[in-house]
Write a protein that binds this ligand. Sequence first.
Ligand code: AMP
Length: 198
Amino acid sequence: FAERLIRHDQSSYAINFAIEIHMTFEKLGLSESLLRAVAHSGYTQPTPIQIQAIPAILSGGDVMAAAQTGTGKTAGFVLPMLQQLGPHTRVTSGKVRALILTPTRELAAQVHKSILTYGKHENLLSAVVFGGVNINPQLKQLRRGVDLLVATPGRLLDLYQQRAIGFDEIELLVLDEADRMLDMGFIRDIRSILAVLP
Ligand code: AMP
């Protein structure tokens, strides 16, 4: 029933509310280990953006989502990504399976923290890279490959040009706060990154 409502009208407040009062994380289709991590975070109900985004991402669709700050967008994409990537790492050395681009190092660090929190039972490898700090530890860290990489666009390009990371096994791409990335003039970097993704 909820799925049909989501398909038929994504913008009506009344319908969102009707879904919200009956919705649980279990019903969104998340795995048992992710549900445990969610429960440990103290969340009892998914937020409206999570109700709409999680099933769409789990079903393999492309999603564009917008919601105000503080409404749970990060968990809305991190949880289904962790599930898509599976409970155990399958990454090849020097490769990345899921790439999350963010406009600032603060946001990158925050998103990576969410990955560690929600993904603590998943046995996946993750890393965060951004500019303004020594690149050498990042080069070393990426050598073994990572399932999830959070990055700011400029530093990611540097690392790619130094052959620290290969994108041919990419399964998932997220542009977090895409509007802000455009405001900050990242369009050229983002285009250059998209151009080298399969
Ligand atoms: P975000 O909008 O992703 O920055 O998330 C804002 C805050 O909401 C973060 O502190 C999250 O830990 C928290 N949060 C995310 N999802 C939920 C939820 N379903 N219930 C309660 N809090 C949540």
